[in-house]
Write a protein that binds this ligand. Structure first.
Ligand code: RP5
Length: 165
């Protein structure tokens, strides 16, 4: 998906990552956040990936979410090409169960940060993007607070159900 109004961009290293990124898409849609969804590889399409990252801000993108599972350099490479906030999603796609992707994504050198979420934690990447947007968008901050309240209510209901046994 590509929209003219996207304020969040989701980048994946491969189409094979798509299922693991669906929770991020679902969460952005729940928040009503328009987003781009792209397959851009740091290794296989490096020039295209760099061009997307370099021009994202002028196209109106405010937060980038980058997911990769094997030799997971995508978030770091994108972060090197933009000063927009970059959220990295390490994916469990190799026999190392995501540990390699986690380290490759999180261990960035000083000066080029990537905010890394849990392995396969794409929903949290979208929620964090909403929180970042909420810094300057009061309506978005309210939506995030409402989502938190709904989450809280579910846990309280679970507690009441379990403790009543
Ligand atoms: C990474 O390698 C991709 O992001 C994906 O997680 C993994 C495997 O990609 P494919 O070989 O399935 O295209 O770069």
């Amino acid at each position: 998906m590509t929209t003219n109004t996207a304020i969040v961009a989701i980048l994946m290293g491969s189409k094979s990552d798509l299922e693991l990124m669906r929770p991020a898409c679902d969460a952005l849609e729940e928040f009503g956040i328009p987003y781009d969804l792209r397959v851009l590889s740091a290794h296989r399409t490096p020039a295209r990936c760099a061009e997307f990252a370099k021009t994202a801000r002028e196209r109106g993108v405010r937060v980038m979410i980058c997911a990769a599972g094997g030799a997971a350099h995508l978030a770091g490479v994108v972060a090197g090409h933009t000063t927009l906030p970059v959220i990295g999603v390490p994916l469990a796609r190799t026999p190392l169960a995501g540990q390699d992707a986690l380290l490759a994504t999180v261990q960035m050198p000083k000066g080029i940060p990537v905010a890394t979420v849990a392995v396969d934690g794409s929903a949290n990447a979208a929620i964090l993007a909403a929180q970042i947007l909420g810094v300057s968008d009061a309506a978005m901050a309210t939506k995030v607070e409402e989502a938190r309240a709904a989450n809280r209510a579910k846990v309280i209901a679970a507690d009441e159900e379990v403790s009543a046994r």
